[in-house]
Design a protein around this ligand. Structure first.
Ligand code: ADP
Ligand code: MG
Length: 263
């Protein structure tokens, strides 16, 4: 059975795309067949997996508006995952989709055509709560919320959780809020831990294990379009491998591993 996980937070810069690419590559390294979906018109996931959005003729946009079959749009990547790429065209999909009945189901319908080929589908949502994110949440079995522990990370989390609840009530009763992925984490500072403790208390959200530490290498990789995980031994890549293992265990029936925040 295919598991579809949405990675969502309407705040930008919280490592949604990095989490999608890294967990995807870590799973692919273990012979899990993975499809990753770029739902952000900026195409950062597409770019970080080695494809230049400006050079791509067919994208998720064409699939969502029904102009292309999903199978004809998928791309292979050096990281071993299959990519449904995005281009800036997707910025117009919002307006086009808004006029259609069943607009929240466009991605779910498309994914159903290829789902049998994949064990796991990861959906990298854009930094908004518009119709694209609603498509991601409607297509998903679970959602995780990457959260940067440094700043006022939790502003907007309430709004995101209300959106998830609405999706559960209206378009996808099966959607599970799995928890938050703590990103850009610095275990040495009490501040990171305080932010996490506050968020998990306030919103009753588990923090997935492990938190992902800040690593300079990630910034370099995403800027160059180089392979995100291959041959990487830095602590960020190691944490993402562990997170991928924990997600796999969950999909195989275990409880999701959570992080105990020490005071
Ligand atoms: P989002 O998709 O939520 O906008 P990104 O995944 O694009 O966020 O990450 C935002 C920036 O943070 C990128 O420049 C990325 O390289 C950087 N980044 C993400 N995770 C880490 C990390 N663990 N350590 C250092 N930089 C990171
Ligand atoms: Mg992104």
């Amino acid at each position: 059975m295919t598991r579809t996980l949405a990675i969502a937070n309407q705040k930008g810069g919280v490592a949604k795309t990095t989490t999608t690419a890294s967990v995807g590559a870590a799973l692919a390294d273990q012979d899990v067949s993975v499809l990753v979906v770029d739902l952000d018109p900026q195409g950062c996931l597409t770019f970080s997996l080695g494809h230049d959005p400006d050079q791509i003729s067919k994208s998720v946009h064409d699939v969502l508006i029904g102009a292309e079959d999903i199978a004809d749009v998928l791309l292979d990547t050096d990281d071993g995952v299959t990519l449904l790429p995005a281009t800036i065209d997707l910025a117009g999909a919002e307006a086009l989709l808004l006029m259609r009945p069943g607009r929240e189901y466009a991605l779910k319908r498309a994914l159903a055509e290829v789902a049998q080929d994949y064990d796991v589908i990861l959906v990298d949502c854009p930094p908004s709560l518009g119709v694209l994110t609603l498509n991601g949440l409607t297509a998903a079995d679970e959602v995780v919320v990457p959260l940067q522990c440094e700043t006022l990370a939790h502003r907007g989390v309430g709004q995101l959780l209300r959106t998830v609840t609405e999706v559960q009530q209206i378009t996808n009763p099966n959607l599970t809020m799995l928890g938050t992925v703590a990103t850009l984490f610095d275990a040495r500072t009490t501040h990171s831990r305080d932010v996490l403790a506050d968020v998990s208390d306030r919103y009753d959200m588990p923090v997935l294990n492990p938190p992902i530490p800040r690593t300079v290498r990630f910034a370099e990789a995403s800027a160059s379009g180089a392979s995100v995980m291959r041959g990487r031994k830095n602590k960020g890549a190691t944490a993402y491998r562990e997170l991928a293992d924990n997600l796999r265990a969950y999909w195989n029936g275990a409880d999701i591993a959570t992080y105990e925040i020490s005071e």
